[in-house]
Write a protein that binds this ligand. Structure first.
Ligand SMILES: Cc1ncc(COP(=O)(O)O)c(C=O)c1O
Length: 395
């Protein structure tokens, strides 16, 4: 445990509002940011960014890391580095945040939506196989809610066909698959450091890869098309983007990275509090514990079976009335108006029944890092009472 860590809050008041997500910030972050604010200028300009990238790469055991303004920009960079563009298709899971798929549209390619596995909720290899076609250029896997997809099965589909894998590890810092760290399983992997994530910089992200060619390209595109040699002379060899993280968030991220193990352990502890209180209730499925997967439980989820007459929307309203923030399980991307023009949405609700079904009866429970066990207890008491009322009504 880091000696700078701020102790968790004392016992909350019984009716205090309970947030769904949020960070754990200690004095160490404040200290690092203050140092960067005072020192990261002139000959030291950008030094916290460079250090954050080096320390992050060392933490993952990967060759290259580039700190960027958010995971969305890291995913956009990934598309550009892999030369994905008009005429190409990219497979993505139905159940994820829109930012996983939007960068496919930014480069003029077409998203193709794959179903998820009913027990792990991760992208299903069988569904990926069905989605592969002659125009498939890449698969974006998502380590959903801190779990991990069956990467061996997905690699077995992708590698023989030369299809690239982009691992969206936005939600999974610290997770692992067969001993490999989340974020080391794609040709390119991406992280989010948004304020809701286990490790945060407020807004921020990281592009990581073991491949020198992809990193060299990313370094150029993220700095307006400049190479290191061009840097001093205002020369630019291609139109790029301005996707660089600033020193102050990088300094914050360095402190969080020093504390990453306690942040991850806190997430696991929060899940175990819920598991102890809810796993005995019939008809509720929590995040899966899967052999070979080290799950970090970024968000604790509860899926209700059909014996409860409760929809996700109703659950949200009932918890809201008790000052408890919950979130819906991700609605299938193919159901969103934003993606209506793509051909793969036409029969998606038939092809991808699991994603469509789960979204109707699943919620994210409060999983903020500052939650106390007493708050989790209150959430579970409210949840049990909602479930009892629903059962009683349907008898
Ligand atoms: C799976 C997934 N991908 C991408 C993103 C985008 O991250 P950012 O907000 O840092 O752009 C998120 C953010 O929540 C996410 O959950």
């Amino acid at each position: 445990m880091n000696t700078h860590a701020t102790p968790l809050k004392e016992q909350p008041k019984p009716d205090e509002h309970i947030p769904v997500a949020g960070p754990w910030v200690s004095d160490l972050e404040v200290e690092y940011v203050a140092q960067a604010a005072a020192n990261d200028w002139y000959k030291n300009a950008g030094q916290s960014v460079k250090r954050f990238e080096q320390e992050f790469a060392a933490y993952l055991g990967i060759r290259h890391a580039a700190a960027v303004p958010h995971c969305t920009s890291a995913l956009h960079l990934a598309m550009l580095c892999l030369n994905i563009g008009p005429g190409d298709e990219v497979i993505v899971p139905e159940s994820t945040w829109v930012a996983t798929a939007a960068p496919i549209a930014y480069v003029g390619a077409e998203p193709v939506f794959a179903d998820i596995d009913p027990s792990t909720w991760q992208i299903s290899a069988a569904s990926v196989e069905r989605c592969v076609g002659p125009r498939t250029k890449a698969i974006v896997t998502v380590d959903l809610y801190g779990g991990m997809p069956d990467m061996d099965a997905i690699n077995a589909i992708a590698k023989p066909k030369g299809i690239a894998i982009i691992e969206d590890a936005a939600q999974s810092i610290g997770s692992s698959y067969k001993g490999h760290a989340a974020g080391t399983l794609g040709d390119i992997s991406t992280f989010s450091f948004h304020g809701t994530k286990t490790l945060t910089t407020g807004e921020g992200g990281m592009f990581v890869t073991d491949r020198d060619d992809l990193f060299e390209r990313a370094a150029r595109i993220r700095d307006h098309g400049r190479t290191a040699a061009d840097f001093k002379y205002f020369v630019t060899s291609e139109i790029g983007h301005k996707y660089r993280m600033g020193s102050l968030p990088a300094a914050f991220g360095r402190a969080q990275l020093q504390r990453v193990n306690e942040l991850i352990e806190r997430k696991r502890e929060i899940f175990s509090w819920y598991e102890a209180r809810l796993s005995g209730i019939q008809g509720i499925q929590l995040n899966a514990r899967v052999a070979d997967v080290g799950n970090t439980f970024w968000m604790v989820n509860a899926v209700l079976d059909s014996s409860y007459d409760l929809t996700t929307l109703q659950l949200m309203q009932l918890f809201d009335a008790k000052e408890i923030d919950i979130r819906p399980f991700f609605p299938p991307l193919s159901s969103l108006p934003a993606f209506a023009k793509y051909h793969s949405v036409v029969d998606a609700c038939v092809q991808n029944p699991v994603a469509y079904d789960l979204a109707k009866r699943a919620i994210n429970l409060p999983s903020a890092l500052m939650l106390t066990e007493a708050q989790v207890d209150r959430v579970c008491t409210v949840f049990r009472s909602i479930l009892n009322n629903s059962r009683n009504k349907s008898v």
